[in-house]
Design a binder for this molecule. Sequence first.
Ligand code: ZN
Ligand code: ZN
Length: 418
Amino acid sequence: MFGRAPKKSDNTRYYEILGVSKEASQDELKRAYKKAAIKNHPDKGGDPEKFKELAQAYEVLSDPEKRQIYDEYGEDALKEGMGGGGAGHDPFDIFSELFGGGFGGGSRGRRQKRGEDLVHPLKVSLEDLYVGITKKLSLTRNVICSKCSGKGSKSGASMKCAGCQGSGMKVTIRHLGPSMIQQMQQPCNECKGTGEAIDPSDRCEECKGEKVVPEKKVLQVVVEKGMKNGQKITFPGEADEAPETITGDIVFVIQQREHPKFIRKGDDLFYEHTLTLTEALCGFQFALTHLDGRKLLIKSNPGEVVKPDSYKAINDEGMPVYQRPFMRGKLYLHFNVEFPDSLTDEQRRSLLAVLPQKVNNELTDMEIDECEETTLHDVNIEEEMRRRQAQARSQEAYDEDEEMHGPGGGQRVQCAQQ
Ligand SMILES: [Zn+2]
Ligand SMILES: [Zn+2]
């Protein structure tokens, strides 16, 4: 139909830009575009080129006819079909169609403000992040009253707020002293800063003039395998609605609860295991229950001695990699070895009989005579280190004090990072 050989190579880019499969439904396309467009909106500091590309891709794929042409003949065919000019529409218009406005970027003359994002922490276990989970969360949010379409009145009319004469702001004056006043400007409390009022008899019965009504909503939050602590799951445009406001997002921030046995570092897992001295020397085996309930048999190689504070790793038993479900990190095993506190004479004799011979470093009586006697005390080295650090800190504070009061003292620029 375009008088050219079908070209199959260039008909996936738009799908890639939106991050959807070629089989994506209109709904999926819309969602993918919404999410990406919000993220890349220039008014929010996004890349304008990327924003344009997204709009272009969405414009084509959301139109079944254009999509078919694109699928069959690729991007170039579309450009010809659309009359040479290429993607025709303003990316901001495409965005507005879905969201009903921009982000209030002054340069584009759109003054609509953006509602606040609702940010919730989402507590999950390491098991949840390992296997993935869908959490149902119910919440109440404000939606535009459908009865009055967000006007707040039956007639759709509104009047100027008497409290602020329609400005939305109120100036209050406080007398601080005989000749001192403080002038403060605050949003008007009577109209909540909107500047308008609704006649009591004209109030919408549904929302009592509030323009919005609370609505219960259940959100299905999909925690995908391999997601990380601090990662955000965003529901674009699902926060509180308000008239003439672009609805903000609901954002869940993953907070991983600490696990008693496993520690996660990136895509790797660390597992600490304590061996007895006998196990460390003569071999061991134990069953390790993984985060999905599988039991892994962990055993030493025959004849192998495990040293204290040593590590071993099992490939592909770490965390699943986010959105690459077949890739996994490593599982590191950290071995401690528990030594006995003391040995009996008999144990010592038996050990001497089997262990490698002591190196011949026996001192002669004369050499001993030349040495001074010492006593070895038990110490808790961590505590000792803490005490040293505390001492060093108090010394530092003392030094700083000296400087503060030194010549030219008073103020000193301090580095924020120390
Ligand atoms: Zn007012
Ligand atoms: Zn209403």
